[in-house]
Design a protein around this ligand. Structure first.
Ligand SMILES: [Zn+2]
Length: 139
């Protein structure tokens, strides 16, 4: 069995300091528009536990799916490092089992990956520093 193409893109992602905030996730190879970049990985926990863990946290690395959640807090790589942007270059596509990430447009090697956190549990309480024209100002 051959590995799906996204594995090579995912393995090449780099975590390093971001101009937006903290650490960010960067493309290690060029990524074509609409290409799958990878899947959100983390500890599998229940939805109630996910809400308990998220309470009072400034940085949340938990994705909620239909019947369970993925907590990436302890992950050393991957999408827990993706920063929010009001003009992102990737998007999440959630199935009941998985949170997959795709490119919204062509992404150059070395470019920071960003996603619109949307209705995150911050509920607009954090200032946004994405710097995009039309930034909503809050996450
Ligand atoms: Zn913004």
């Amino acid at each position: 069995m051959t590995h799906p193409a996204w594995r090579a893109i995912y393995r090449a992602l780099v975590v390093r300091p971001s101009r937006i905030v903290g650490m960010g996730l960067f493309a290690g190879t060029p990524i074509a528009a609409r290409a799958k970049i990878g899947e959100f990985e983390g500890e599998v926990i229940g939805l109630r536990e996910a809400r308990r863990r998220a309470r009072g946290q400034r940085i949340i690395a938990i994705v909620e799916l239909e019947r369970h959640a993925l907590d990436a807090t302890r992950m050393k790589h991957g999408f827990r490092f993706i920063n929010h942007s009001c003009a992102p270059n990737t998007f999440f596509r959630c199935t009941p089992q998985r949170a997959e990430i795709y490119a919204l447009r062509d992404i150059a090697a070395g470019e920071e990956l960003t996603v619109d956190y949307g209705e995150s549990q911050h509920n607009g309480r954090l200032p946004c520093r994405c710097g995009a024209p039309g930034c909503r100002g809050r996450i």
